[in-house]
Ligand binder design. Sequence first.
Ligand code: 4AD
Length: 432
Amino acid sequence: MMEHVYVESLASHVGQEVHLKGWVAGKRSSGKVRFLLLRDGTGMVQCVVTPGADSASFSLAEELPLEASVEVWGTVREDARAPGGHELSLTRVQPVHIPSEDFPIALKEHGVGFLMEHRHLWIRMRRQVPILRLRDGILWASRQFFKERGFVATESPILVGTSVEGTTTLFTLDYFGRPAYLSQSGQLYLEATCAALGKVYWIGPTFRAEKSKTRRHLTEFWMLEAEVAFLEHEGNLVLQEDLVRYIVEYAASEHAADLEALERDPRVLLDQVSEPFARVTYAEAVQLVREAGVEMEEGDDLGAPAEDAISKHFGRPVFVERFPAQIKPFYMKRAPDNPHQALCADLIGPEGYGELIGGSQRVDSEEELERQLREAGLPLEPYKWYVDLRKWGSVPHSGFGLGVERTVAWICGLAHLREAIPFPRMLDRIDP
Ligand code: 4AD
């Protein structure tokens, strides 16, 4: 029995006969030769079928429709012109399942609405596979980064009784007769676990009832959050910068083939993170945005046009620090030299990918926290446990949340977040 191998390992089987299993992703003929493009999740390989192959296989190669599942046998040949650098001289093909209807997504252009309705099938297509592989790589690299630095992964609940990021984007549900919400961020719970474990992180789904349709917002998205005891604002920025650089370097070195399939040049990404990230204060950012011709009032949050102007100006990731405290959430510590500013930073990505990370040093005094909760118009009772964290051994601590889909979109060079997650949830989409 010949061993089943995957497309990604063909380089170590040159000249050998191998057995592959996958799906027909394309086919064409040229004279007496048939070409079958086979994909198996790890990559694509062109199978060349000459009349010398067994005759049943030769006619099958002509008849098999797109997305038929097959097993094939053949010899691996190096070919610099072939996608992936290898070709298979096919000797035998055996169908596993032959669809009786045409695959709805042809190799022609389709509208976005149609593709979204067929998302369950669209994810098999040429660009979608490398995007999902890169998403996996980005998450894997993040876990590796935190593991190397001694962080402990701790999960936050999804069903919660309190809001973190304001009450306007809460999904409310009935929890056995009382209101509950889908979590907007695991941060408050990470602040509790960091007091138990020192350095913690988690990667999980978060929810925002965003009522606007933009290319940067999903209603369900994944966040990578970290929280560190005895860490202050400055150290928090260094940690974020190290993480982002680590992710980019990992993607460039371990996912070169996926980036190539997306026509995303890894050198561009590596260039963007090669220097220290830029830093500006909110006040400087406002000035810069206005100079770029974008209207913005002092005290406004950064909208998409403002973020784009900042992104364009620097051409590399940039931290915007010290936002006005009144436009930031209740949990952020105020700057010691200016109580109107929060000790926080948003990391704006290059190429107009918007805010990749939001982070801050947290309020560590019980009294201050209660005051800020009141100022935010929030009831104290549901946050009692959170205030408790400041009662026993309160320490300076900081953390951040990185938007997974925005990071995937940037690294893959995507125009919209909907392709950065297998099944996007947006204002007008909950199926499939
Ligand atoms: O800036 P945000 O709202 O920060 C927090 O939720 C903090 N509690 C995180 C923390 O400090 N632990 O969100 C963090 C990141 C944003 O920078 C953005 O990348 C992403 O989450 N994000 C979204 N991504 C997709 N769709 C949305 N609707 C998003 N809202 C935020």
